[in-house]
Design a protein around this ligand. Structure first.
Ligand code: GRF
Length: 207
């Protein structure tokens, strides 16, 4: 079960997924990293660990339609079964979306549908959580559709928001939870795809 990760920045979720893929019981292989940012930590990590990687963006393909085609061709060349977007700051083109319909997942740092949508990423999300007075937060994983953060949620991890939380403390705690939730969900999808039963237990982990 071959997984591609799309990432624009640091890529700590990519690292967590890669480390999990090296485990003895891993049912998936991290087969490709794609970034729209030539200088991203994600690409640097891929190079260091000899994971096939590519930079594709408006800089390499000024025509969005050609970019979409090039991404799809690359994914097919690597026989990718699942795309994971983790901190990927670009919309996936319509052709790629169509040929990977239902096989693209995204990780978002709040309990969707709370605090999702256009412009809601990074610390903005945690600021909104604190401002809203929500008592719980945590990462969501959802199927990617044409609209930002709107596809069906397939897994969430609920965490308590503490009275003394800051954007920094909250983002660190949510990110740590992402690093556990994402590999668990990918493992589950891989096991289901290859016909063995997944854990069935990742969908709603309680604190
Ligand atoms: C994560 O918080 C993810 O939920 C969001 O972007 C961040 C990516 O972090 N979509 P990293 O690049 O994986 O470290």
């Amino acid at each position: 079960f071959r997984v591609a990760v799309f990432a624009s920045h640091t890529g700590t979720n990519l690292q967590a997924l890669h480390q999990a893929s090296l485990g003895p019981d891993a049912a998936f292989h991290l087969s490709l990293v794609l970034s729209n940012n030539r200088g991203s930590g994600a690409l640097a990590y891929a190079h260091t660990h000899a994971i096939p990687a590519a930079h594709m963006s408006g800089a390499t393909h000024p025509d969005p339609d050609q970019l979409d085609t090039a991404v799809r061709v690359l994914l097919n060349a690597h026989h990718i079964d699942l795309i994971v977007t983790a901190g990927y700051m670009k919309k996936i083109g319509p052709k790629t979306l169509k040929s990977f319909d239902g096989r693209i997942i995204n990780i978002h740092p709040s309990l969707l549908p709370r605090h999702g949508g256009r412009g809601m990423y990074g610390n903005t999300v945690h600021e909104a959580v604190l401002a809203s007075g929500d008592h719980i937060t945590g990462p969501s994983i959802h199927i990617v559709t044409a609209e930002y953060d709107e596809g069906p949620v397939i897994a969430q991890k609920e965490l308590a928001v503490r009275p003394d939380d800051t954007v920094e403390s909250l983002s660190a705690r949510v990110l740590s939870a992402e690093h556990i939730l994402l590999p668990a969900v990918v493992q589950d999808l891989a096991l289901r795809a290859i016909g063995r039963h997944g854990s069935g237990g990742v969908a709603r982990q309680r604190p």
